[in-house]
Design a protein around this ligand. Structure first.
Ligand code: KET
Length: 449
């Protein structure tokens, strides 16, 4: 198929080339311009893209676009999950600054292409960070880790790998989930289905529904699991529930694909947040893990992440890696060097690593304090309804329960920006802005929008 398309387009190129040569030789400029004005040239006449409709903005990143356009001095962006300081400013971690300084001072560093799999030391350290230094999979060398373009890129590479080489092409994702999941996996070539996860009535986990849906999934199906700090609900299974999920999935041969975008942000501890993944690895079974350093190291724009595939043997892991390279090479050839180098410097140095865990804990604690402050502010205002989910939910987000009409009222009247599903990024709040948000929520729920 591909060969035919290629040869037919190159033969038509040849025909056009011959025609041009013929016309130029005759120096008939009228004929020449009529060739340039052919319907596919796009040089004169209407655009060949004129039929395109304006695409909508991304449901999450588009919130920032709208926020940036708003001239109001009280505007507040609680859309994208990006950490802000008490002053409402983006934060570059101190350890990141130190690591970058080290990299700059090292005059032996070069900017050559990385291998297709990325920075090898970064890959080893990333596997250790997520699976634990004593992981049997690492000890037995039956894991392959490739550096990818942050969490999104890791999910996409993993998705395409599975679509090419795994016998089951259906992936089950939580209902609801991060808005990009269905798009990533559909474009990767998988069929996307959902499993029940969140119960709006209790604003907690629909554990019964989850077990029923995974129990009914065809054997071998892929299951996307949020490792911790579920997005957008902030609701995670307990360790006992994870154990039940593990047993059910292993008994049916379901393939776990973990999305770990918030390691350290749920509990404040890197090890605690990685526990569900480590339980699945400890049983000797296979799984995929997509890691992101966007949030926990604040490396959002560096696009640094990793995809790990845990296999049954070192031999299989080696062949899996060889196939991952075939997925990556035509996609973006090889990943960027800078972000991965920063992470490697921090993870390899005991002091920097410890400093990082303290900074991470401070970010997680500030978010928890925002939860308490918002909850208290609503209580003092006597806002109708049960708002205890604000302090019960985990991670960067609160899934408020506000509906799209209420969200739009808050944006219009209070210049507060959030995704239309009522998710707010607690990391975007500060002690100064909590009263404004509480006023807006109070107004919208007492107004019956
Ligand atoms: N998984 C989840 C669950 C997730 O929330 C995000 C980002 C990612 C992966 C990818 O992050 P990356 O920057 O590619 O490492 N979520 C936030 C940002 C975004 O939508 O891109 C968000 O939900 O606001």
């Amino acid at each position: 198929m591909k060969t035919t398309q290629f040869s037919s387009s190159s033969s038509s190129d040849r025909r056009i080339g011959a025609l041009l040569r013929h016309l130029t030789a005759g120096s008939d400029s009228d004929h020449l311009s009529s060739v340039y004005a052919s319907p596919t040239s796009g040089v004169t006449g209407g655009s060949v893209f004129a039929h395109l409709v304006q695409a909508p903005e991304d449901p999450i990143l588009g919130v920032t676009v709208a926020y940036n356009k708003d001239p109001s001095p009280v505007k507040l962006n609680l859309g994208v999950g990006a950490y802000r300081t008490e002053e409402g400013k983006p934060l570059v971690l101190n350890v990141v600054r130190k690591a970058e300084q080290q990299l700059i001072n090292d005059r032996t560093r070069i900017k050559e292409y990385l291998p297709i799999v990325g920075l090898v030391e970064f890959n080893k350290l990333s596997a250790k960070l997520i699976l634990g230094a004593d992981s049997p999979a690492i000890r037995e060398n039956r894991i392959t880790t490739v550096e990818c373009l942050s969490g999104t890129g890791s999910l996409r590479v993993g998705g395409e790998f599975l679509a090419k080489h795994y016998h089951q092409k259906t992936i089950y994702i939580t209902q609801p989930t991060w808005g990009n999941h269905p798009k990533i996996f559909t474009l990767a070539g998988l069929t996307v289905k959902t499993y029940r996860y969140y119960d709006p009535a209790t604003r907690g986990l629909n554990f019964k529904g989850l077990l029923e849906d995974l129990g009914a999934a065809p054997a071998g199906s892929i299951v996307l699991l949020h490792a911790c700090a579920h997005n957008p609900t902030g609701v995670d299974p307990t360790i006992q529930q994870w154990e039940q999920i593990r047993q059910l999935m292993r008994s049916k041969g379901l393939m776990p694909f973990f999305d770990s975008a918030y390691q350290g942000f749920a509990s404040g501890s890197l090890d605690t947040d990685a526990k569900p993944i480590r339980m699945f690895v400890a049983d000797g079974g296979e799984c995929l893990v997509a890691q992101s350093y966007a949030k926990n190291m604040g490396l959002y724009g560096e696009r640094v992440g990793a995809l790990s595939i845990v296999c049954k043997s070192a031999d299989v892991a080696g062949r899996v890696e060889s196939q991952l390279k075939l997925v990556i090479r035509p996609m973006y050839s090889s990943p960027p060097i800078h972000g991965a180098s920063i992470v490697a410097v921090i993870l390899r140095d005991k002091n920097l690593f410890n400093e990082w865990t303290l900074e991470l804990k401070a970010m997680a604690d500030r978010i928890i304090s925002m939860r308490k402050q918002l909850f208290e502010a609503l209580r003092t205002r006597g806002t109708p309804g049960d708002w205890s989910h604000i302090i019960k939910q985990i991670g960067m987000f609160t899934f408020t329960g506000l509906n799209p009409a209420q969200v739009s009222f808050m944006t219009k009247e209070y210049h507060i920006y959030m995704t239309s599903d009522g998710r707010i990024s607690m990391a975007g709040l500060s002690s100064k802005t909590v009263p404004h948000l509480a006023d807006a929520i109070h107004a919208v729920v007492t107004k019956a929008v």
